[in-house]
Write a protein that binds this ligand. Structure first.
Ligand code: UD1
Ligand code: CA
Length: 449
C-alpha cells in the first residue's frame, strides 16, 4: 500500500502568512502528524501533494517523503492527478494534511475492511446528526455505494442523508487512475472532485467511524485549539489508563509520542514533549518542561527545564535546574537549584546542588561540586573541556578555566580560579592569600579616623 497526503490548500481562514499544514498542535506541524500516523501503517511509500508556498512546507517534511506539486488548486481530484506517477497497481490510501487527529487504529480498520471485501475503493464515513457541509454517501436500496454528492450539488432529499464522506479513502491504484481519467469539473465549484471517482467504478465499500473527532479538519485557529485539546485529552487518558497518575489533566501537556512507566506521578503545570521516555515510579513537576529526554526509574524532577538530556535511575533534579542538550546524569546524581548543565556527563553519586554551571564537562563518581562552581568553557572563540575524576571535592565558588583536568581525589579550596591541571590526591588553592591585620579597626578608631 502507498499513502498520498493532500496538502496543497492555502487555508485562507487561518489568516496566516504560512500554509495551513505548517501550523502546529502539541509542538508538531499538522502535516507531520498525518505523516507520522501514516508511517505506523508501514506503507511502501508516502507522498505529499504541495501547492501554496511549497518551499516552506518542504523544509519541515522528513527526507523519506516524496513530493508532488499542484500548481493551481483545482480540487481534490486534480490534486491526486498531480501525483499521477505515484499511483501504481498498489492500493493507495488518501489522507488530508489538515486532519491530524486520525488514529492508526481507524486507518487499520479501514484497510482491513478494504482487503476483506476485496473492494475497489473503501471510504471512511461517519453518521452525523448535522451533516451540513460534507459530501453525502449515496447508496442504492441494497446499500451499494453509487456516488458521493457534495453539499453544493446535493438535492434537498440528498441533504437529509446523514452518512457523510470523512475524506479518507483507500483505492485500488488502477481503479483510481481509471476513475480519475473520467471525472470533470462541470459542477458548482468548477473543481475536479475526487469524490466523483466512485461514479465510474463499481464495488465501493464504506467503513463507518465511531469517533467523529478523529476527522476534524482544521480550517481556522479556533479549530486548531480544539484539535489540540482533543489530542491532549486523548493522550492523557491513555497514560492514566496505563497506570500513570496525572494530578491535574487541565494543566498538563504531554504529546502523544511520549512514553511514561507505571506509578509515575505527573504534577500540575508540566509539559512533556517530543520523543521523551520516562520510567516507572518517577515524580515529575510541578512546573516542569521536558523535551526529548530519556529518563529512568525513581527519578524526581521539580520545577525544571530539561532538553535532550539522559537521566538514569534515582536521579534528583531541581527545583530550578536547567538541563540542556547533551547532559547525561548517571545513577543517584543530584542536581539542585539554579544549576545549568550542557554537554556534560555526571557519573554515579555525584552532586551539584547549588548555583552552578557545568558545560562541556565530564564529572567522575562521588564528586561534590560546591555552590557557585562555574566551568569557564568558552574563551570567546572556542569551547573547551573540563574533566574531573572520581571523589573530587570542588570548593564553593570555584572557576574552572577550561581546558583543565582534575584528577581523582583532588580537593580544591573554595573561591579558587583553577587554570592548571591538578594531579591525583592534591590540594589546589587558586586564590589570593588572606591578609589579616590584627586590631587594625581599633587603632583607626583611637586615631579618631
Ligand atoms: C472534502 C470532500 C467532502 C468531504 C470533506 C471532509 C471533495 C470534493 N470533498 O471537502 O466530500 O466531506 O472533504 O472533510 O473532496 N486540496 C488540495 N488541492 C486542491 C483542493 C484541496 O491539495 O485543489 C487539499 C486541501 O489542502 C485539504 C484537502 O485537500 O487538505 C481537502 O480539501 P477541502 O477543500 O478542505 O475539501 P472539502 O471542501 O472540505
Ligand atoms: Ca476541509
Amino acid at each position: 500500500m502507498r499513502v498520498l497526503i493532500l496538502a496543497a490548500g492555502l487555508g485562507t481562514r487561518m489568516k496566516s502568512k504560512y500554509p495551513k499544514v505548517m501550523h502546529k498542535i502539541m509542538g508538531k506541524e499538522l502535516v507531520n502528524w498525518v505523516i507520522d500516523t501514516a508511517k505506523k501503517l508501514n506503507p511502501s511509500k508516502i507522498a505529499v501533494v504541495l501547492g501554496h508556498k511549497s518551499d516552506l512546507v518542504e523544509k519541515i517534511l522528513p527526507d523519506d517523503i516524496e513530493i508532488y506539486y499542484q500548481k493551481e488548486q483545482l480540487g481534490t481530484g486534480h490534486a491526486v492527478m498531480s501525483a499521477k506517477e505515484f499511483i501504481t497497481n498498489e492500493d493507495v490510501l488518501i489522507l488530508y494534511g489538515d486532519t491530524p487527529l486520525i488514529t492508526v487504529d481507524t486507518l487499520k480498520n479501514l484497510i482491513n475492511k478494504h482487503k476483506e471485501t476485496k473492494a475497489n475503493a473503501t471510504i471512511l464515513t461517519a453518521i452525523l446528526d448535522n451533516p451540513t457541509g460534507y459530501g453525502r454517501i449515496i447508496k442504492d436500496s441494497q446499500g451499494k455505494v453509487l456516488s458521493i454528492v457534495e453539499e453544493l450539488e446535493a438535492t434537498e432529499e440528498q441533504k437529509k442523508i446523514k452518512e457523510i464522506n470523512a475524506g479518507f479513502v483507500i483505492y485500488k491504484g488502477d481503479k483510481l487512475l481509471e476513475g480519475l481519467s473520467k471525472i470533470n469539473a462541470n459542477n458548482n465549484k468548477g473543481e475536479y472532485y475526487l469524490t466523483d471517482v466512485p461514479i465510474y467504478i463499481d464495488n465501493v465499500e464504506t467503513y463507518v467511524l465511531n469517533d467523529f473527532s478523529e476527522v476534524l479538519g482544521i480550517n481556522n485557529r479556533v479549530q486548531l485549539a480544539e484539535a489540540e485539546k482533543i489530542m491532549r485529552k486523548r493522550t492523557l487518558n491513555k497514560l492514566m489508563l496505563n497506570g500513570v497518575t496525572i494530578i491535574d489533566p487541565d494543566t498538563t501537556y504531554i504529546s502523544p509520542d511520549v512514553e511514561i512507566g507505571q506509578d509515575t506521578i505527573i504534577h500540575p503545570m508540566t509539559f512533556i514533549f517530543g520523543n521523551t521516555i520516562i520510567g516507572e515510579e518517577c515524580e515529575i513537576g510541578p512546573m516542569t518542561r521536558i523535551n526529548n529526554c530519556k529518563i529512568g526509574n525513581f527519578v524526581k524532577i521539580i520545577r525544571s527545564e530539561c532538553e535532550e538530556a539522559v537521566i538514569d535511575n534515582n536521579v534528583s533534579v531541581g527545583p530550578y535546574s536547567r538541563l540542556r542538550t547533551g547532559t547525561h546524569l548517571k545513577e543517584n546524581v543530584k542536581i539542585g537549584n539554579f544549576v545549568e548543565t550542557k554537554k556534560t556527563v555526571v557519573n554515579k553519586n555525584s552532586k551539584a546542588q547549588h548555583l552552578t554551571y557545568l558545560g562541556d564537562a565530564t564529572i567522575g563518581e562521588n564528586v561534590n561540586i560546591g555552590a557557585g562552581t562555574i566551568t569557564c568553557n568558552y574563551d570567546g572563540k572556542n569551547k573547551h573541556k573540563t574533566i574531573i575524576g572520581d571523589r573530587v571535592f570542588v570548593g564553593s565558588n570555584t572557576a574552572l578555566v577550561a581546558p583543565v583536568n582534575i584528577d581523582d581525589d583532588a580537593l580544591i579550596g573554595a573561591g579558587s580560579t583553577i587554570t592548571e591541571d591538578i594531579p591525583k590526591g592534591s590540594l589546589a588553592l587558586g586564590r589570593a592569600k588572606q591578609v589579616t591585620k590584627e586590631n587594625w579597626v581599633y587603632k583607626k578608631r583611637e586615631k579618631g579616623e
